[in-house]
Each structure stands twice: as C-alpha cells, then as structure tokens.
Design a protein around this ligand. Structure first.
Ligand SMILES: Nc1ncnc2c1ncn2[C@@H]1O[C@H](COP(=O)(O)OP(=O)(O)OP(=O)(O)O)[C@@H](O)[C@H]1O
Length: 606
C-alpha cells in the first residue's frame, strides 16, 4: 500500500478512535512521553552526579542534582500513575466501543447485505482479526505509545550523544566524524533488517490466521454454541448431538494448525533480537574505546552508553512500528471496506401525513440477493385504508417476503410499491415506518422489562401498556408477574427475570404491535404459538384490537381469515386469487379451495 494511503488510513483510524474511545489516545500519548523521558532524565542526571563526584565534589551541587533527579522522576511517576488509571479504565472499555462500531454498521447497512453470506464472512474475518488478535484498531491503540516513545527517544538520545562524537581522544581513527555516519548507517541498517524480518513474520502470521479463521469458528460452534445457546441446547440433548460435536472436536484437536508458520515466526523474532544485540555490542565498544583514551569523564560513559542503547532500540522500534503500520493499515483497510459498504439509503424526504392511506404493489418482482429465482412475480395488490386483508398460501409461497418489501427491508427488484400513488422510497423513511406495526413469525423480545418490551422504549405509559396486554390475551399471566410491567423478561441480564413460553412471547409481541398504535398493523402468523383458548380470545377480540386500523393478516389457519374483508392467495410467488372466504370457496379448482379442503378434512372427519 502506498505511503499516502497508509497515512490516510491511519488518520481515519485515529478519528474513529477519537469518536468511539474519546480521550484514550490523548492519555496514552501523555503517558508515553513521560515514560520515554524518565530513563533519559535518570541517565543524564546520573552522568552529572558521577562527573561531579569525580571532579569538584561540591556537596551543594550534588544535593541539587540528586534532588532534581528524584523530584523530576517523582513528578513524572505521579502524573503517569494518575493518567494510567484513567487510561486503563478507558482501554478496558475499548472492546465494548469496538463492538459498537459493528453494531452501528449492522443497524444502518442494507438489510439485504446483512443476510449476504459473503458480507457475513467479510464481517466475521474483520471481527475475528480485531477481537482475537487486536489487529487494526487494537494495534493502532497499542502502537501509538511506542511511536511517541520512539520519536521522543530518538530526539533525546541524539541530543545526549551529540558530544560523544565531538569529544577528542587524539586518535585520528576514533576522532573521525565518519563515526557519525557509521553509527547512523548502522542504526538504519539494523532497523531495515528488523523491518524485513517483521514483514516476513507478518506474512507467516497472515497465513496462520487464514488457517485458523475456520478453526475458531468451528471451535466456537462445537465447543460453545451447541451447548450454551438455549435455542440449540434442547435439540442437542434430545438427539444427543454432543456425540457428533465430540467427534468433530477430536478431529480438530488432531489437526496440524500450521505449526510450520509458528516456527517461522519464532525464527524471525530470534533474528531481530540478534541484530539488536550486535548493535548494542558495537556501541559499547566505541564508547569504552573513547573513554579509555580519556575523551570524557567516566560519568559520561553512563550517559553515552545509555543514550546509544536507547537510540539503537528507538531505531529498531521505529522500523518495527513503520512495518507494524503497514500491517495494521492493511487490517484497517479491510475494516473500512466493511464499514464503507453502502448503508441503507433512505433518501426520500416526503412527509407522511394523515392516517388513511392506500398502499399499492404494482408489477412487483423480487429476488433475494444471490438467488437465481424470483420469489415474488408480478405481484399487483392494493391495500385500502381500514381494510382487513388476509394473505394465505402454502409454505414458501412468498407471503413473508411480501411483508418484508412492505416494511422496506428490501426494495423490489422490479416494479414499485406506492403509498397514495407515490413510490414509498420518496417518503421520509421514519415517517413511512411509523405507519406500521409488525409482528413477524420470528419476532424477538429482549431481556428488558415487560413494559420496555411492549413500549419498545424506556418511558412507557403503564395504563396503555396494560390495555394492550389485555387485548393480547396476556392479562392473567401478567398479573402473576412479580414486578408487573417492571418484571424483567428472561434471565440473561437479571436473576429475577422470568422465563416465558413461546405463546406468551407471541402475546407480548402482539401487545407491542398494539402499543405502537400505527394505522396499519401487519401480523404474520400472530397466533401460531397460542393455545386454542388464547387463539379464540385473540380472534374474538380482533376487531376491538385492530379497531379501524388497516390490517394485513397472514395465517395458515384459513378459518381464522374469515373475519377479514378480503383474502389474497399466494402461490409460488404469484397472487392467484382474491376475494372473500365465501367467494373463494365457490371456485372448486382454486388454490384456496384446495388449501381449505386439505385443512378442513381433519375437522370434518372428527
Ligand atoms: N433471506 C432469504 N434468502 C433467500 N431466499 C429466501 C430468503 N428468505 C426466504 N427465501 C425464500 O423465499 C421463498 C418465499 O419465502 P417466504 O418466507 O416469503 O414464504 P412464506 O409464504 O412466508 O412461507 P411460510 O408460510 O413458510 O412462512 C422461499 O422459497 C424461501 O426459501
């Protein structure tokens, strides 16, 4: 990657850290400056003290030097400790903030992309790299202090060693200014070799992580998800799927996880240490040679050796950091590629006013991303204000997909959906969404209080929530709940949380839709999990529940669709019939009749 791009990516990384982890980088920089200066302050004062002892031995000067050395170091460590507490607190929360980066993206990205396998893989890889190895943003956080230390270290060490090269010994060879070039050359050379070794090490690391992505995913699945997630644990126990998991885990444990790559990485590390050692030895030799010829006092040996070692280390670190920068900008680039995936574009700005609306599907075709077939084909459908519409059809006929298009999770591949004659994309997205309350088949409740679940927010109107609970036939269960609306659902976040059955959850989802009070209510199999009495209660109360709102009602229980004004029959992605229950039954060759007969025979026979 070009340097210009690396700089741009690094800057973007810092901006992102500034947004999600405010104050973290600033704190790290301050600590790093203090840490870089502290040893050099000690070296400088030690040299002055030894020289004073060797020379004038002035007690006042000695006391002053010692007090200054101790005082400055004490002040440094006070500030550093105070800052460290704040910074480590921020750093411990850094991972939560990184999680937020992904949740923000997932919340805003196109829904279709959320389901896209390739994009899921892309996200998984970026997340694994970040959360398992700290690659990208983590490295940027950790490398920033090193970079600051290197810059401060090089500047201070150069200042402390400058007089080493000018101090004369009388020996032409040792006094030659060429030593400056030689020293600089040596530092740069060692840094470059280190950098190359680091690059190699990174290549091996990449190969190693590529090989482990699948391993980690499978390991988490077989070792954790299968047993820990209650959605799966039931079936795992009943069908003893743990035996398959054990077999797979055994196979994985026997796998050779790129041992060759880890061996090569260690060899690179060893090579880097060796180069640093050789440079240190050469510096020692030069300083000691000059000191032994009387170029400077013994105390200065401490200063020069200390500063030269710091310089060698700083140069080596500098090249290391530069090569690290190449590595983490590579990871950051991948992160940004993911974050730059187009967000859902809700560009329309038309306000939606009033409550009586007509929604029309006009020649709508839809195909899921990555799929080869149209799931909806030439769908034409009009939903008038206040009408109760039932959608029926066999599994996979396209009913839920129709609703997903209605609520703008996807856009039609062809055709248009119109609200009062205008394409729904022209309207303000939030305004449009306020028109609907949905209950999906795979609705989700959250481990918050019952009231918050129903109101989908922290502040709720208790009387209204209770009214919706009553309409959703949940009142008896609600009265048993220990803390009423404050009762926490599930035990994920609260020990006092209550576990609820599938049917009770469905009633809560229904109450949530009623609470929203939108002019259009869309119910996708809202009673599938309800017992016959609760189902009858819901149907009996359907009119009062839905009132004069527009309703779209999907159900496989055809008898329950009779109270709708119109029934629309889907078959293989097409609308094949529309009419009232009685009208549709009249057509003996119709799909509705076929579905009805298939379902009714069991009731008739009994
Ligand atoms: N995310 C998806 N990606 C690809 N295909 C999908 C996706 N979701 C649904 N499908 C396919 O679209 C078709 C219609 O599914 P849809 O869920 O709309 O049917 P449905 O009529 O609601 O069925 P059911 O009565 O079983 O709920 C099915 O063949 C299904 O496999």
């Amino acid at each position: 990657m070009k340097l210009k791009n690396r700089i741009a990516i690094t800057r973007r990384g810092y901006r992102m850290l500034g947004k999600y982890c405010p104050g973290l980088i600033r704190g790290k920089v301050i600590i790093a400056v203090l840490e870089a200066l502290a040893p050099l302050v000690t070296v400088w004062f030690s040299a002055r003290i030894i020289n004073e002892i060797e020379g004038n031995r002035d007690t006042g000067t000695l006391i002053l030097l010692v007090l200054l050395a101790v005082g400055i170091n004490f002040a440094f460590s006070l500030i550093r400790n105070a800052m460290s507490r704040v910074v480590s607190e921020k750093e411990s929360k850094m991972w939560n903030s990184f999680t937020k980066i992904f949740s923000d993206k997932q919340m805003n990205m196109r829904y279709a992309d959320l389901e896209d396998q390739e994009i899921q893989k892309q996200r998984q890889k970026v997340q694994e790299n970040l959360f398992m190895f700290g690659n990208g943003l983590g490295q940027l956080v950790w490398d920033t202090p090193s970079l600051v230390k290197v810059i401060v270290g090089i500047a201070a060490s150069v200042a402390l060693t400058a007089s080493l090269f000018t101090a004369g010994t009388g020996n032409i060879l040792l006094d030659s200014r060429l030593w400056i070039i030689a020293a600089a050359g040596l530092m740069i050379l060692s840094g470059l070799i280190n950098s190359r070794l680091r690059k190699k090490e990174d290549e091996f690391f990449k190969r190693w992580t590529d090989g482990t992505v699948w391993f980690n995913r499978a390991f988490m699945f077989y070792g954790h998800a299968l047993y820990a997630e209650t959605t799966r644990a039931k079936d795992v126990r009943l069908y003893r799927q743990d035996r398959i998991a054990d077999r797979e885990m055994r196979k994985m444990n026997e796998m050779n996880l790129n041992d060759r790559e880890t061996g090569r990485m260690s060899a690179c590390e060893g090579g880097m240490e060796l180069i640093r050692g050789i440079c240190n030895a050469l510096c020692y030799l030069y300083v000691v040679a000059k000191a032994s010829l009387g170029a400077f006092a013994v105390g200065s040996v401490v200063q020069y050796v200390g500063a030269l070692m710091e310089l060698v280390k700083s140069f080596s670190d500098l090249f290391f950091i530069l090569s690290e920068n190449r590595v983490y900008t590579g990871h950051l680039e991948k992160l940004f590629e993911y974050l730059d995936l187009p967000d859902a574009k809700h560009q329309g700005g038309l306000p939606v006013s009033g409550t009586e609306h007509t929604i029309e599907f006009r020649n709508v075709f839809f195909r899921y991303p990555g799929s080869e077939t149209d799931v909806l084909q030439n769908v034409n459908f009009t939903l008038r204000a206040g009408r109760k519409q039932a959608l029926v059809g066999a599994n996979g006929a396209g009913k839920t997909t129709f609703v997903k298009l209605l609520c703008r999770l996807y856009d039609p591949t062809e055709g248009q959906i119109l609200l009062d004659g205008r394409d729904i994309r022209e309207y303000d997205y939030d305004d449009y969404m306020k028109l609907f309350s949905f209950v999906f088949q795979d609705f989700k409740l959250f481990a918050f209080s019952l009231g918050e679940n129903i109101a989908a927010g922290e502040n709720y109107d208790a009387a209204k929530a209770e009214e919706c609970i009553r309409k959703a036939a949940l009142y008896d269960r609600y009265r048993e709940m220990p803390d009423g609306l404050e009762t926490c659902l599930y035990r994920d976040l609260s020990e006092k949380g209550v576990e609820i059955s599938g049917g009770e959850a469905q009633k809560i989802a229904l109450a949530r839709a009623l609470y929203k009070g939108s002019p259009v209510i869309v119910l996708d199999e809202p009673t599938a999990a309800l017992d016959p009495i609760a189902e009858a209660q819901v149907y009996a109360g359907f009119s009062s529940m839905v009132e004069d709102r527009t309703a779209v009602y999907i159900s496989h229980r055809l008898s329950s669709c009779q109270f709708c004004d119109e029934i629309t029959v889907f078959d293989k992605g097409r609308i094949v019939q529309q009419g009232t229950h009685a009208e549709l039954l009249e057509n003996p060759a119709g799909k509705y009749r076929e579905l009805w007969d298939a379902q009714a025979q069991y009731y008739i026979e009994q």
